[in-house]
Write a protein that binds this ligand. Structure first.
Ligand code: OAD
Length: 300
């Protein structure tokens, strides 16, 4: 097995890499205090977080789904970006050929100063609001109201939050009539501007990503960083998979990176660093490294 967790070897590789792609997930924001989706913390009032993230769940009980998202908005507003977000933002400022794709909707990348042109928020943002009526198309960017509306006030209180989180404590159902409607079509409910399961990602954004990936002659990219994600949700997972199958160096930074099943896929040139992304990323992406300055070089 190749030596996969050698930081000095990684630094050499990083310095020699020009086109770098990162695919991030909830583990990156864990050190900021936000729960991940799978494993511990993946339940909200006995509901799997992933079961609430669907248009069907919203159609069935918009008040419940809104409460979940209002709580996540409040949590995201209450925490700060961590050194991992800052290290990625610093890498982006140093290397214009670094592109970061994040599944996180918590707004912590932008708050860490990540250049917007080098960041794609694959699953949207908790702070965008859309119309649930598909034919309407209304969208509002950057709504930080907390609570989002008076009916969701419980989600914006730090005191008494156990009422919201303890499934044994009953919650009054929030009637649809108390949730705000779209200001444009006046019929659809306003909904969080995130991508739910079974929904398509923004096509223009995906085209831009594909254009970036294809915008070179010899190889997809020099290196793909897979950070704090279980890499089971597509298309995010597909970027790492494609890189792997094309021989690009894949660098996994995850609490469970060194589990035997995760080391099975390692090939020469890959790295795996097990631990907290907030601790590892500043060490790995040392702000003073010279990436992007050397000429494009493919490492094997
Ligand atoms: P997951 O909860 O599936 O995975 C989080 C990953 O982060 C796991 O592999 C953990 O081992 C790892 N992890 C946890 N804490 C960490 C830390 N401090 N440092 C490094 N790694 C850590 O979250 P995602 O992969 O982001 O989509 O989930 C992908 C998508 O599924 C989400 O965007 C969301 C979800 O359902 C939608 O809502 C559409």
């Amino acid at each position: 097995m190749p030596k996969y967790n050698d930081i000095a070897a990684f630094h050499e590789k990083l310095a020699a890499s020009k086109r770098i792609l990162a695919v991030c997930g909830a583990g990156l924001s864990a050190a900021s205090g936000l729960p991940t989706f799978r494993g511990a913390g993946g339940l909200w009032r006995n509901h799997k977080a992933t079961a609430l993230a669907t248009p069907e769940a919203f159609a069935r009980d918009p008040g419940l789904v809104w409460l979940f998202y209002a709580y996540r908005r409040h949590m995201a507003l209450s925490v700060k970006p961590n050194p991992g977000h800052y290290a990625l933002a610093a890498l982006a400022r140093k290397n214009k050929d670094f592109l970061c794709l994040s599944q996180n909707v918590d707004n912590l990348h932008p708050r860490a100063g990540h250049p917007p042109s080098q960041l794609h928020l694959l699953h949207g943002s908790l702070f965008n609001i859309k119309c649930f009526n598909k034919t309407c198309g209304w969208i509002q960017h950057g709504n930080y109201d907390d609570p989002f509306c008076p009916a969701l006030a419980a989600a914006a209180q730090d005191a008494g939050v156990e009422l919201l989180l303890d499934p044994k404590k009953e919650l009054a159902k929030i009637p649809e009539s108390e949730l705000p409607r779209c200001p444009r079509c006046k019929t659809g409910l306003r909904r969080p501007g995130v991508v739910w399961f079974s929904e398509s990602l923004d096509g223009a954004m995906l085209d831009e990503i594909d254009k970036w990936i294809d915008d070179q002659k010899e190889k997809v990219v020099d290196m793909v960083l897979v950070i704090g994600t279980s890499a089971v949700v597509y298309p995010a997972a597909g970027y790492a998979e494609a890189a792997r199958s094309e021989g690009t160096s894949v660098v996994t930074i995850n609490l469970d990176a060194e589990l035997p099943r995760n080391l099975e896929d390692l090939k020469k040139g890959d790295f795996a660093f097990a631990g907290d992304a907030a601790v590892l990323l500043p060490k790995l992406l040392r702000p003073n490294h010279s990436c992007g300055i050397r000429p494009h070089k493919i490492c094997i």
